[in-house]
Design a protein around this ligand. Sequence first.
Ligand SMILES: [Zn+2]
Length: 426
Amino acid sequence: MTEQTPSFGIAVGGIRDPADRASIRRANLGMILRHLQDRGPRSRTVLAKETGLPKATISSLVAELSGLGLVREGDFERDTGNIGRPRQSVELYGHGVCGVGVEINVDYVAAIALDLCGNIVFNRRTAVDALGLGPVGTLAAAVALTDEALKDLRGQGIEPVGVTVAVPGGTDAGRGSITMSANLGWHDIAVTSALREGLGDQAPPIGIRNDAQLGTIAEYVALAGTGVRDMLYITGDIGVGGGIVSNGQEMLGFRGAACEIGHMPFNPEPVLCGCGRRGCWETLIGLGGLLAHAADPDDAVRDPWTDREQRLSEIRRRAEAGDERTLAALREIAASLGYGTAMLVDVLDPKLVVFGGYFAYLGDFLLEDVQRTLDSRVLESAVGSASVARSKHRFTSALRGGAQLALEAVYQDPSSVTRRGAPAPA
Ligand SMILES: [Zn+2]
Protein backbone atom coordinates (compact mmCIF):
# COMPACT_ATOMS: atom_id res chain seq x y z
CA MET A 1 0.00 0.00 0.00
CA THR A 2 1.11 3.55 -0.62
CA GLU A 3 2.89 5.04 2.36
CA GLN A 4 2.35 8.72 2.70
CA THR A 5 5.66 9.41 4.38
CA PRO A 6 8.49 7.43 2.81
CA SER A 7 11.60 6.86 4.84
CA PHE A 8 13.73 9.82 3.83
CA GLY A 9 17.48 10.13 3.76
CA ILE A 10 18.11 6.51 2.89
CA ALA A 11 21.32 7.46 1.03
CA VAL A 12 22.89 8.86 4.17
CA GLY A 13 25.41 6.54 5.83
CA GLY A 14 28.21 4.25 4.73
CA ILE A 15 27.78 2.50 1.42
CA ARG A 16 29.59 -0.83 1.58
CA ASP A 17 29.44 -2.32 -1.92
CA PRO A 18 28.02 -1.74 -5.42
CA ALA A 19 24.99 -3.95 -4.65
CA ASP A 20 24.12 -1.59 -1.78
CA ARG A 21 24.62 1.34 -4.08
CA ALA A 22 22.23 -0.11 -6.70
CA SER A 23 19.53 -0.93 -4.17
CA ILE A 24 19.83 2.50 -2.55
CA ARG A 25 19.52 4.12 -5.97
CA ARG A 26 16.38 2.02 -6.65
CA ALA A 27 14.88 2.94 -3.29
CA ASN A 28 15.58 6.64 -3.87
CA LEU A 29 14.04 6.56 -7.37
CA GLY A 30 10.91 4.98 -5.88
CA MET A 31 10.88 7.44 -3.00
CA ILE A 32 10.97 10.48 -5.34
CA LEU A 33 8.19 8.98 -7.45
CA ARG A 34 6.01 8.35 -4.41
CA HIS A 35 6.74 11.78 -3.03
CA LEU A 36 5.52 13.37 -6.27
CA GLN A 37 2.41 11.17 -6.24
CA ASP A 38 1.56 12.05 -2.63
CA ARG A 39 2.36 15.75 -2.68
CA GLY A 40 2.06 16.84 -6.28
CA PRO A 41 4.46 18.71 -8.61
CA ARG A 42 7.39 20.53 -6.99
CA SER A 43 10.80 21.88 -7.91
CA ARG A 44 14.06 19.99 -7.49
CA THR A 45 15.01 22.44 -4.76
CA VAL A 46 11.85 21.67 -2.79
CA LEU A 47 12.36 17.94 -3.37
CA ALA A 48 15.88 18.25 -1.97
CA LYS A 49 14.63 20.17 1.05
CA GLU A 50 11.78 17.74 1.76
CA THR A 51 13.68 14.51 1.24
CA GLY A 52 16.97 15.55 2.76
CA LEU A 53 18.89 14.35 -0.31
CA PRO A 54 21.56 16.59 -1.91
CA LYS A 55 20.34 18.71 -4.81
CA ALA A 56 22.78 17.00 -7.19
CA THR A 57 21.39 13.59 -6.24
CA ILE A 58 17.83 14.84 -6.79
CA SER A 59 18.77 16.18 -10.24
CA SER A 60 20.35 12.88 -11.23
CA LEU A 61 17.37 10.84 -9.91
CA VAL A 62 14.89 13.11 -11.72
CA ALA A 63 16.89 12.78 -14.94
CA GLU A 64 16.73 8.98 -14.69
CA LEU A 65 12.98 9.00 -13.94
CA SER A 66 12.45 11.37 -16.85
CA GLY A 67 14.42 9.04 -19.10
CA LEU A 68 12.12 6.21 -18.00
CA GLY A 69 9.10 8.32 -18.96
CA LEU A 70 7.82 8.38 -15.37
CA VAL A 71 8.19 12.13 -14.65
CA ARG A 72 8.36 15.26 -16.80
CA GLU A 73 9.04 18.96 -16.47
CA GLY A 74 5.95 20.81 -15.27
CA ASP A 75 5.07 24.49 -14.84
CA PHE A 76 7.37 27.10 -13.40
CA GLU A 77 6.77 27.80 -9.74
CA ARG A 78 8.06 30.28 -7.19
CA ASP A 79 9.12 28.66 -3.93
CA THR A 80 7.17 29.96 -0.95
CA GLY A 81 8.79 33.07 0.54
CA ASN A 82 11.33 33.17 -2.25
CA ILE A 83 11.41 36.19 -4.52
CA GLY A 84 14.17 34.73 -6.69
CA ARG A 85 13.65 33.39 -10.20
CA PRO A 86 10.86 30.81 -10.57
CA ARG A 87 11.96 27.19 -10.70
CA GLN A 88 10.64 24.54 -13.04
CA SER A 89 8.63 21.89 -11.24
CA VAL A 90 8.82 18.15 -11.77
CA GLU A 91 5.59 16.19 -12.05
CA LEU A 92 4.49 12.59 -12.28
CA TYR A 93 3.95 11.48 -15.86
CA GLY A 94 3.89 7.75 -16.47
CA HIS A 95 1.26 7.56 -19.21
CA GLY A 96 3.23 4.68 -20.70
CA VAL A 97 2.62 2.29 -17.80
CA CYS A 98 -0.50 1.10 -16.04
CA GLY A 99 -1.78 -1.33 -13.45
CA VAL A 100 -4.85 -3.48 -14.09
CA GLY A 101 -7.56 -4.35 -11.56
CA VAL A 102 -9.86 -7.25 -12.48
CA GLU A 103 -12.92 -7.93 -10.35
CA ILE A 104 -14.81 -11.20 -10.15
CA ASN A 105 -18.22 -10.83 -8.55
CA VAL A 106 -21.51 -12.70 -8.35
CA ASP A 107 -23.07 -11.07 -11.40
CA TYR A 108 -20.20 -9.51 -13.35
CA VAL A 109 -16.52 -9.47 -14.18
CA ALA A 110 -14.91 -6.07 -14.68
CA ALA A 111 -11.53 -4.54 -15.43
CA ILE A 112 -10.07 -1.07 -14.93
CA ALA A 113 -6.56 0.06 -15.80
CA LEU A 114 -4.99 3.16 -14.25
CA ASP A 115 -1.83 4.83 -15.47
CA LEU A 116 0.74 6.15 -12.99
CA CYS A 117 -1.12 9.49 -12.75
CA GLY A 118 -4.35 7.71 -11.82
CA ASN A 119 -6.07 8.23 -15.19
CA ILE A 120 -8.45 5.46 -16.26
CA VAL A 121 -7.05 4.03 -19.49
CA PHE A 122 -9.33 0.97 -19.73
CA ASN A 123 -12.75 0.35 -18.17
CA ARG A 124 -15.13 -2.49 -18.99
CA ARG A 125 -17.73 -4.60 -17.21
CA THR A 126 -19.34 -7.78 -18.47
CA ALA A 127 -22.48 -9.31 -16.96
CA VAL A 128 -21.71 -12.87 -15.80
CA ASP A 129 -23.81 -15.34 -13.84
CA ALA A 130 -21.01 -16.66 -11.62
CA LEU A 131 -23.31 -18.95 -9.63
CA GLY A 132 -24.63 -20.57 -12.83
CA LEU A 133 -21.25 -20.77 -14.57
CA GLY A 134 -19.26 -22.01 -11.57
CA PRO A 135 -15.53 -21.39 -11.12
CA VAL A 136 -14.37 -22.74 -14.51
CA GLY A 137 -16.81 -20.72 -16.62
CA THR A 138 -16.44 -17.59 -14.51
CA LEU A 139 -12.64 -17.71 -14.62
CA ALA A 140 -12.84 -18.18 -18.41
CA ALA A 141 -14.89 -14.96 -18.57
CA ALA A 142 -12.27 -13.22 -16.41
CA VAL A 143 -9.48 -14.46 -18.71
CA ALA A 144 -11.36 -13.20 -21.80
CA LEU A 145 -11.87 -9.74 -20.30
CA THR A 146 -8.28 -9.47 -19.03
CA ASP A 147 -6.98 -10.55 -22.42
CA GLU A 148 -9.12 -7.86 -24.05
CA ALA A 149 -7.76 -5.29 -21.58
CA LEU A 150 -4.09 -6.21 -22.14
CA LYS A 151 -4.48 -6.11 -25.94
CA ASP A 152 -6.34 -2.79 -25.82
CA LEU A 153 -3.73 -1.24 -23.53
CA ARG A 154 -0.78 -2.40 -25.61
CA GLY A 155 -2.62 -1.10 -28.68
CA GLN A 156 -2.64 2.31 -26.95
CA GLY A 157 1.12 2.02 -26.34
CA ILE A 158 0.59 1.53 -22.59
CA GLU A 159 2.40 -1.35 -20.89
CA PRO A 160 0.53 -3.16 -18.09
CA VAL A 161 3.01 -3.80 -15.24
CA GLY A 162 0.70 -6.08 -13.25
CA VAL A 163 -2.81 -7.39 -12.67
CA THR A 164 -4.57 -7.71 -9.30
CA VAL A 165 -7.72 -9.82 -9.13
CA ALA A 166 -10.33 -8.56 -6.65
CA VAL A 167 -12.63 -11.21 -5.21
CA PRO A 168 -15.48 -11.17 -2.66
CA GLY A 169 -13.91 -13.51 -0.15
CA GLY A 170 -10.80 -14.70 1.65
CA THR A 171 -7.63 -15.14 -0.38
CA ASP A 172 -4.29 -16.90 -0.13
CA ALA A 173 -1.89 -14.55 -1.87
CA GLY A 174 0.96 -17.08 -1.88
CA ARG A 175 -1.08 -19.73 -3.69
CA GLY A 176 -3.05 -17.18 -5.70
CA SER A 177 -6.35 -18.69 -4.62
CA ILE A 178 -9.71 -17.92 -3.08
CA THR A 179 -9.86 -19.73 0.25
CA MET A 180 -13.58 -19.13 0.78
CA SER A 181 -16.16 -16.92 -0.83
CA ALA A 182 -19.64 -17.20 0.68
CA ASN A 183 -21.18 -15.06 -2.05
CA LEU A 184 -19.64 -17.00 -4.93
CA GLY A 185 -19.96 -20.31 -3.08
CA TRP A 186 -16.30 -21.09 -3.90
CA HIS A 187 -13.91 -22.97 -1.63
CA ASP A 188 -10.20 -23.25 -2.32
CA ILE A 189 -10.25 -22.21 -5.99
CA ALA A 190 -6.97 -21.43 -7.78
CA VAL A 191 -7.43 -18.09 -9.54
CA THR A 192 -4.10 -16.56 -10.59
CA SER A 193 -2.80 -19.79 -12.14
CA ALA A 194 -6.02 -20.06 -14.20
CA LEU A 195 -5.50 -16.52 -15.48
CA ARG A 196 -1.82 -17.11 -16.18
CA GLU A 197 -2.59 -20.26 -18.17
CA GLY A 198 -5.39 -18.54 -20.06
CA LEU A 199 -3.35 -15.43 -20.89
CA GLY A 200 -0.08 -17.14 -21.80
CA ASP A 201 3.40 -15.63 -21.81
CA GLN A 202 2.23 -12.08 -22.54
CA ALA A 203 0.72 -11.77 -19.06
CA PRO A 204 2.34 -9.45 -16.49
CA PRO A 205 2.57 -10.63 -12.85
CA ILE A 206 -0.87 -11.50 -11.44
CA GLY A 207 -1.91 -11.17 -7.79
CA ILE A 208 -5.14 -11.68 -5.86
CA ARG A 209 -6.76 -9.78 -2.96
CA ASN A 210 -10.02 -9.43 -1.11
CA ASP A 211 -12.16 -6.76 -2.80
CA ALA A 212 -12.81 -4.69 0.33
CA GLN A 213 -9.07 -4.59 1.14
CA LEU A 214 -8.40 -3.29 -2.37
CA GLY A 215 -11.21 -0.75 -1.96
CA THR A 216 -9.45 0.43 1.20
CA ILE A 217 -6.25 1.05 -0.79
CA ALA A 218 -8.16 3.09 -3.40
CA GLU A 219 -9.89 5.18 -0.74
CA TYR A 220 -6.64 5.80 1.12
CA VAL A 221 -4.79 6.81 -2.04
CA ALA A 222 -7.62 9.28 -2.73
CA LEU A 223 -6.91 10.89 0.68
CA ALA A 224 -3.30 11.76 -0.28
CA GLY A 225 -2.48 15.28 0.85
CA THR A 226 -5.38 15.51 3.37
CA GLY A 227 -3.29 14.45 6.35
CA VAL A 228 -5.67 11.58 7.23
CA ARG A 229 -3.60 8.54 8.27
CA ASP A 230 -6.20 6.63 10.29
CA MET A 231 -9.14 5.49 8.23
CA LEU A 232 -11.85 2.86 8.38
CA TYR A 233 -13.53 1.77 5.14
CA ILE A 234 -16.95 0.11 5.20
CA THR A 235 -18.51 -1.06 1.95
CA GLY A 236 -21.95 -2.48 1.32
CA ASP A 237 -22.89 -4.76 -1.52
CA ILE A 238 -24.51 -8.18 -1.27
CA GLY A 239 -21.78 -8.73 1.31
CA VAL A 240 -20.39 -6.16 3.71
CA GLY A 241 -16.64 -5.72 4.06
CA GLY A 242 -14.06 -3.17 4.98
CA GLY A 243 -10.50 -2.30 5.74
CA ILE A 244 -8.39 -0.45 8.25
CA VAL A 245 -5.54 1.98 7.75
CA SER A 246 -3.76 2.80 11.00
CA ASN A 247 -1.02 5.45 11.05
CA GLY A 248 -0.70 5.14 7.27
CA GLN A 249 -0.36 1.36 7.32
CA GLU A 250 -2.89 -1.17 6.10
CA MET A 251 -3.88 -3.51 8.93
CA LEU A 252 -4.31 -7.03 7.59
CA GLY A 253 -4.02 -9.28 10.64
CA PHE A 254 -1.82 -12.35 10.92
CA ARG A 255 -3.81 -14.39 8.36
CA GLY A 256 -4.48 -11.35 6.18
CA ALA A 257 -8.17 -11.65 7.03
CA ALA A 258 -8.67 -8.61 9.27
CA CYS A 259 -11.81 -6.51 9.03
CA GLU A 260 -14.35 -9.19 8.10
CA ILE A 261 -16.80 -6.77 9.64
CA GLY A 262 -19.82 -8.11 7.76
CA HIS A 263 -19.70 -11.23 9.91
CA MET A 264 -19.71 -9.64 13.35
CA PRO A 265 -22.70 -11.05 15.27
CA PHE A 266 -24.77 -7.84 15.35
CA ASN A 267 -28.17 -9.18 14.27
CA PRO A 268 -30.24 -10.19 17.32
CA GLU A 269 -32.32 -12.38 14.96
CA PRO A 270 -30.55 -15.66 14.06
CA VAL A 271 -30.82 -15.03 10.30
CA LEU A 272 -28.64 -17.41 8.27
CA CYS A 273 -25.68 -15.67 6.61
CA GLY A 274 -23.90 -16.71 3.42
CA CYS A 275 -20.90 -17.63 5.61
CA GLY A 276 -22.92 -20.40 7.27
CA ARG A 277 -23.26 -18.68 10.62
CA ARG A 278 -26.30 -16.84 11.95
CA GLY A 279 -26.95 -13.26 12.97
CA CYS A 280 -24.10 -11.60 11.02
CA TRP A 281 -24.19 -7.79 10.55
CA GLU A 282 -24.35 -8.44 6.80
CA THR A 283 -27.78 -10.07 7.17
CA LEU A 284 -29.04 -6.72 8.48
CA ILE A 285 -27.24 -4.17 6.32
CA GLY A 286 -26.17 -6.09 3.19
CA LEU A 287 -28.06 -5.29 0.00
CA GLY A 288 -30.31 -8.30 0.67
CA GLY A 289 -31.30 -6.76 4.03
CA LEU A 290 -32.18 -3.43 2.43
CA LEU A 291 -34.22 -5.00 -0.37
CA ALA A 292 -36.09 -7.32 2.01
CA HIS A 293 -37.24 -4.28 4.00
CA ALA A 294 -37.92 -2.10 0.98
CA ALA A 295 -39.89 -4.40 -1.32
CA ASP A 296 -42.05 -7.52 -1.60
CA PRO A 297 -40.42 -10.70 -2.95
CA ASP A 298 -42.04 -10.30 -6.40
CA ASP A 299 -40.89 -6.68 -6.76
CA ALA A 300 -38.47 -6.11 -9.67
CA VAL A 301 -35.84 -4.58 -7.35
CA ARG A 302 -35.49 -8.00 -5.72
CA ASP A 303 -34.95 -9.82 -9.02
CA PRO A 304 -31.35 -11.10 -8.84
CA TRP A 305 -31.23 -11.29 -12.67
CA THR A 306 -31.67 -7.55 -13.02
CA ASP A 307 -28.46 -5.49 -12.98
CA ARG A 308 -27.65 -4.42 -9.44
CA GLU A 309 -27.02 -0.77 -10.30
CA GLN A 310 -30.35 -0.65 -12.13
CA ARG A 311 -32.12 -2.00 -9.03
CA LEU A 312 -30.33 0.47 -6.79
CA SER A 313 -31.22 3.36 -9.06
CA GLU A 314 -34.89 2.32 -8.74
CA ILE A 315 -34.52 2.33 -4.92
CA ARG A 316 -32.97 5.76 -5.20
CA ARG A 317 -35.83 7.00 -7.40
CA ARG A 318 -38.39 5.76 -4.87
CA ALA A 319 -36.56 7.37 -1.97
CA GLU A 320 -36.34 10.69 -3.81
CA ALA A 321 -40.07 10.46 -4.58
CA GLY A 322 -40.70 10.11 -0.83
CA ASP A 323 -41.95 6.50 -0.91
CA GLU A 324 -42.54 5.76 2.77
CA ARG A 325 -41.65 2.05 2.65
CA THR A 326 -38.33 2.74 0.96
CA LEU A 327 -37.48 5.55 3.39
CA ALA A 328 -38.38 3.36 6.37
CA ALA A 329 -36.08 0.61 5.03
CA LEU A 330 -33.26 3.12 4.65
CA ARG A 331 -33.80 4.36 8.22
CA GLU A 332 -33.54 0.75 9.44
CA ILE A 333 -30.27 0.29 7.55
CA ALA A 334 -28.92 3.62 8.84
CA ALA A 335 -29.69 2.64 12.43
CA SER A 336 -27.91 -0.73 12.19
CA LEU A 337 -25.05 0.80 10.21
CA GLY A 338 -24.62 3.54 12.82
CA TYR A 339 -24.67 1.08 15.71
CA GLY A 340 -22.00 -1.19 14.22
CA THR A 341 -19.87 1.71 12.99
CA ALA A 342 -19.91 3.24 16.47
CA MET A 343 -18.55 -0.01 17.93
CA LEU A 344 -15.80 -0.14 15.31
CA VAL A 345 -14.90 3.50 15.93
CA ASP A 346 -14.59 2.81 19.66
CA VAL A 347 -12.19 -0.06 18.94
CA LEU A 348 -10.13 1.45 16.12
CA ASP A 349 -10.29 5.23 16.68
CA PRO A 350 -10.14 6.28 13.02
CA LYS A 351 -10.16 9.93 12.03
CA LEU A 352 -12.36 9.22 9.04
CA VAL A 353 -14.87 6.51 8.14
CA VAL A 354 -15.33 6.19 4.37
CA PHE A 355 -18.42 4.38 3.13
CA GLY A 356 -18.40 2.60 -0.22
CA GLY A 357 -20.67 0.50 -2.41
CA TYR A 358 -24.38 1.09 -1.94
CA PHE A 359 -23.75 2.91 1.37
CA ALA A 360 -22.12 5.63 -0.75
CA TYR A 361 -24.64 5.45 -3.58
CA LEU A 362 -27.53 5.99 -1.14
CA GLY A 363 -25.32 7.96 1.26
CA ASP A 364 -27.56 11.03 1.30
CA PHE A 365 -30.27 8.85 2.88
CA LEU A 366 -27.96 7.00 5.30
CA LEU A 367 -24.88 8.83 6.44
CA GLU A 368 -26.33 11.82 8.30
CA ASP A 369 -27.96 9.33 10.69
CA VAL A 370 -24.67 7.43 11.00
CA GLN A 371 -22.77 10.65 11.79
CA ARG A 372 -25.40 11.56 14.38
CA THR A 373 -24.99 8.17 16.07
CA LEU A 374 -21.21 8.62 16.18
CA ASP A 375 -21.48 12.18 17.53
CA SER A 376 -23.92 11.15 20.25
CA ARG A 377 -21.57 8.46 21.50
CA VAL A 378 -18.33 10.42 21.69
CA LEU A 379 -16.34 9.61 24.81
CA GLU A 380 -14.23 12.77 24.80
CA SER A 381 -16.34 15.63 23.46
CA ALA A 382 -13.32 17.95 23.26
CA VAL A 383 -11.66 15.61 20.77
CA GLY A 384 -14.78 14.95 18.70
CA SER A 385 -15.89 11.87 16.87
CA ALA A 386 -14.74 10.29 13.64
CA SER A 387 -16.03 12.01 10.50
CA VAL A 388 -18.09 10.19 7.94
CA ALA A 389 -17.50 10.46 4.19
CA ARG A 390 -18.75 8.85 0.98
CA SER A 391 -16.50 7.11 -1.50
CA LYS A 392 -16.27 9.06 -4.75
CA HIS A 393 -15.51 5.91 -6.73
CA ARG A 394 -19.09 4.55 -6.98
CA PHE A 395 -18.71 0.80 -7.48
CA THR A 396 -15.12 0.86 -8.75
CA SER A 397 -13.08 1.11 -5.52
CA ALA A 398 -11.93 -2.53 -5.56
CA LEU A 399 -10.92 -2.29 -9.23
CA ARG A 400 -9.01 0.94 -8.68
CA GLY A 401 -7.29 -0.49 -5.61
CA GLY A 402 -6.31 -3.54 -7.67
CA ALA A 403 -4.80 -1.34 -10.38
CA GLN A 404 -2.99 0.77 -7.77
CA LEU A 405 -1.58 -2.29 -6.02
CA ALA A 406 -0.30 -3.58 -9.38
CA LEU A 407 1.41 -0.20 -9.94
CA GLU A 408 3.37 -0.75 -6.70
CA ALA A 409 5.87 -2.65 -8.87
CA VAL A 410 6.84 0.69 -10.46
CA TYR A 411 7.34 2.38 -7.08
CA GLN A 412 9.33 -0.58 -5.78
CA ASP A 413 11.69 -0.48 -8.75
CA PRO A 414 11.17 2.35 -11.25
CA SER A 415 14.19 1.19 -13.23
CA SER A 416 12.34 -2.03 -14.15
CA VAL A 417 10.34 0.07 -16.60
CA THR A 418 11.90 1.01 -19.92
CA ARG A 419 11.27 4.27 -21.73
CA ARG A 420 8.11 3.20 -23.53
CA GLY A 421 6.85 1.28 -20.53
CA ALA A 422 7.89 -2.20 -21.62
CA PRO A 423 9.49 -4.22 -18.83
CA ALA A 424 13.27 -4.10 -19.03
CA PRO A 425 14.96 -7.34 -20.10
CA ALA A 426 15.97 -9.35 -17.02
ZN1 LIG B 1 -21.64 -14.19 8.06
